[in-house]
Design a binder for this molecule. Structure first.
Ligand code: COA
Length: 275
């Protein structure tokens, strides 16, 4: 039998194991399953078909949508919205010799007030900052960090070990490659592609991958491609469709294939004017 608190706020009888800790004010819909060892705090609602695995914590006031799955050990902060069909704490499935191989990922940690939209998949060992919005069908891999208030648009992928800062806007279908560094307030337009391996897999283990570095408040236009290891300077602007093959100096506008400097970003376009 489950441990549904005093039962008064429980819509029907949740399936679950005896030693889960479920606060009396939590609501667990019929057909949801809270495994032994999970902890569900006050005011949480868990919709039908959701599964909360052993050792997961669901912080106070968090809403878990229908058919969402929270894997073992995941720590979901208070006031988080987890929409239908989200998977939290997925273990990576890697091919032999994958460059993403390493230590077992730790727990997934989700900060206060974050939103995870329908069908998002966030891996064990990722960190999602407070107030971040992870869009529909986004994938965030193990070891990736997403800063506070950052928005990751629909269908985008943030690969293993990528570090995305605070206040970043990542639009639809963007590929943030493994080990990329994306500093605060960066803007990535739709379909931006970043890369980290010039050999496309034909290198030995000692050769490190080279993620790009996107400095604070730079902007990358839709469909731009960044080759491995380039650095885009603070407040730089990469035009739509550019292929960036060399570092972009701070505050410069680059365009074309390959991207070339065409002018400076105007004073009135700097981020301080637009906060
Ligand atoms: C760079 C950008 C702002 C246009 O700049 P602009 O200075 O207004 O450009 P203009 O229209 O005056 O064109 C100046 C020249 O640059 C060329 N040009 C303009 N945009 C270009 C681009 N993205 N790539 C290559 N060349 C471009 C023009 O063809 C023109 O060439 P010409 O002088 O030989 O005729 C625009 O192309 C862009 O990239 N916007 C970003 C849109 C985006 O991705 N937003 C993301 C959220 S939706």
């Amino acid at each position: 039998m489950p441990a549904p608190g005093d039962g008064s706020a429980v819509a029907g009888e949740p399936a679950g194991a005896g030693s889960a800790t479920i606060a009396p004010s939590a609501t667990v819909a019929p057909g949801a399953y809270v495994e032994a060892g999970a902890c569900v705090e006050a005011g949480v609602t868990i919709d039908a078909g959701a599964v909360i695995h052993d050792g997961a914590r669901i912080g106070a006031g968090t809403r878990i949508g229908a058919h969402a799955v929270v894997h073992a050990g995941t720590d979901v902060g208070p006031g988080v919205v987890v929409e239908d069909g989200v998977v939290l704490g997925k273990r990576p499935r890697l091919r032999a010799g994958s460059s993403a191989e390493g230590d077992a990922p730790g727990a997934l940690v989700i900060g206060r007030g974050a939103t995870l939209c329908c069908g998002a998949v966030v891996y064990a060992g990722a960190i999602i900052g407070a107030g971040a919005i992870i869009g529909d069908q986004v994938q965030v891999r193990e070891g990736a960090t997403i800063g506070e208030r950052t928005v990751v648009g629909r269908g985008s992928a943030v690969e293993y070990g990528a570090r995305v800062g605070a206040g970043v806007i990542i639009q639809t279908n963007v590929y943030v490659t493994g080990l990329a560094i994306v500093e605060d307030d960066v803007f990535l337009g739709p379909g931006v592609v970043t890369t980290n391996d010039d050999t496309m897999g034909r290198h030995d283990d000692r050769e490190p991958l080279r993620g790009p570095v996107l400095r604070r408040a730079c902007r990358i236009g839709g469909g731009a491609v960044l080759v491995p290891g380039v650095e885009v300077g603070e407040e730089a602007f990469v035009a739509a469709g550019a292929v960036v093959t060399a570092d972009v100096p701070a505050r410069m506008v680059v365009m074309g294939v390959p991207a070339r400097v065409v002018r400076e970003v105007l004073e009135r376009d700097l981020i301080e004017r637009w906060r």
